[in-house]
Structures are given as C-alpha cells and as structure tokens.
Design a protein around this ligand. Structure first.
Ligand SMILES: *Cc1c(COP(=O)(O)O)cnc(C)c1O
Length: 221
C-alpha cells in the first residue's frame, strides 16, 4: 500500500466537516511530499525542532499543527508559523505561548488537552482542573492566543465501549464549556479526537478533527 492510497482511504472515511491532520512525526520529508502531492495540506508533528526543520524545507502552503507535549524553551521554534497547538495542558503553558506569540506579533490558535483516558500516562487537564482554570478567567486577558476547542486521546484498548465513552465525555465537556464560556466565540469549534486505530469511533462521537499517522505513513521506527 502506498501513502497516496492510504491517505485516500482515510479521507473517504471522513464526513463533511471533519478535517484530517496527517501525523508525520518521525517520517522523512519524502513521505510528507507524497501526501502533499496527493492533496493533503495539514500535517502534525510532535517535536518542535523536527517541525521547524520540516517547515523550512517543505512547501509554504502546508498548515503545520503541533500535537505533542510542548516544552517552554522550545515554543519559540514553532510560534512564527504554527497553525494550531493541540496539547495545551496547563495555564502556565498558555501564558508562555501567549508571550512568545506576542513577541512574534501574531495570535496563535490553541486547543486545551483533556485527560480522558484511564491510563495515567496521557497528558492533559482533568475536567475539574480545566473548569477551575476557565472559571478563574485570567485566560481572557491573553491577547495573543485563541482557544479554538479541545483535544483528547482515548485509552489504548480493544474495548470499543470504553473508547466510545471517553470520546463522548470529551464531547459533553466541549458542549458544557462552549455554552458557559465560548457561546459567542465562533472560533471555539474544534474537538480534536481520533487516531489510526479509533478515528471511526471518534467521528461517531462528534470529532471535528482526526489525527491519523501510522494508517497513512506506516509504522514509526
Ligand atoms: C502520534 C500521535 C497521533 C497519531 O497516532 P497514530 O496511531 O499513528 O495514528 C495522534 N495524536 C497524538 C497526540 C500523537 O502523539
């Protein structure tokens, strides 16, 4: 199977209104170029320096998303051009992104990452931490970030009922905070959920953006 065939297969699974972020982390430029030739324009990376290097050498009309854990000292590498940061998991990080975005003279789109899985290893706010941060309201003062929605990762399990329940919990939380804090903000509209093994379930649960890597590019080394 080629990257082009894999990509077309994933795209044919997506209903209107669900966008594909092709996760190209650890794959070489040639792999991204093949997907680009096939029409894909949104790519996601999980390391700031890798993203920087790829951004510098690949076509300018690629929309780059950052999906990993972002270290404060690396934010500056991606701020000038990153289109969306999926993994904001603390208020401190939001402040840091705002500060760097201000220096770069732009506004950076961000998603708040929620911890919806059973495993302890996955990052993100738990629901109460996120409620607390939103209730405090300091985030409203940050002029150089835009909170565009939420992101989450389900447990890595074969239990589809559990995955479904976790995705639904993110959708419910999205509806709750949308109503309470972002009702008049049309840009608050993304629910980033679904990876290679579970994106069908994520779409059924209301995903607007799936992040698919290995199903398109093959296994990572
Ligand atoms: C690596 C990664 C993906 C893609 O995973 P696949 O299983 O290869 O599709 C999606 N989201 C995040 C946050 C990732 O780190």
């Amino acid at each position: 199977m080629s990257i082009t065939t894999n990509l077309q297969e994933v795209l044919s699974d997506l209903p209107q209104g669900v966008r594909l972020v092709a996760i190209s982390k650890f794959h070489p430029n040639e792999a991204i170029e093949e997907a680009y030739q096939a029409g894909q324009r949104i790519f996601g990376e999980s390391r700031a320096q890798e993203l920087k290097a790829k951004h510098e050498t690949l076509p300018d009309d690629i929309e780059w998303h950052f999906i990993g854990t972002l270290q404060s000292n690396k934010i500056k590498y991606i701020i000038p051009y990153v289109a969306l940061i999926h993994g904001i998991d603390s208020f401190r990080l939001l402040i840091e992104v705002d500060k760097q975005a201000s220096k770069a003279g732009r506004k950076v789109n961000c998603l708040l990452q929620l911890h919806i899985a059973q495993e302890e290893t996955k990052f993100g706010f738990n629901f109460d931490e996120c409620r607390e941060m939103l209730a405090k309201g300091d985030w409203k003062l940050l002029q150089h970030i835009e909170i565009c929605g939420l992101m989450g990762m389900a447990s890595y399990t074969d239990d589809e009922k559990q995955i479904e329940a976790e995705f639904c919990s993110l959708n419910n939380f999205f509806q709750e905070v949308k109503k309470q804090y972002f009702a008049s903000q049309t840009s608050f509209r993304e629910i980033s959920m679904g990876m290679s093994h579970d994106y069908h379930l994520a779409i059924a649960a209301g995903s607007t953006m799936v992040r698919v890597g290995s199903k398109i590019f093959g296994e990572r080394n």
